[in-house]
Write a protein that binds this ligand. Sequence first.
Ligand SMILES: [Zn+2]
Length: 63
Amino acid sequence: MLPAKKTSKTRTKSRRSHQALKALNLSVCKKCASPKLSHAACATCGYVNSKITLKIAKSEENA
Ligand SMILES: [Zn+2]
């Protein structure tokens, strides 16, 4: 079945008015002060909290 009526520009645009992306809520790394996602390891230095620091592989960066 096809839709009975063509969707109007207003109906399409008002539906899409809720689809905009919001900016990421970044926090600052306590160790290296670079922006990081909260509740996640820092991408720059791997710091999570005072007990946990992950090792960051350096081979991912293109030389
Ligand atoms: Zn860091």
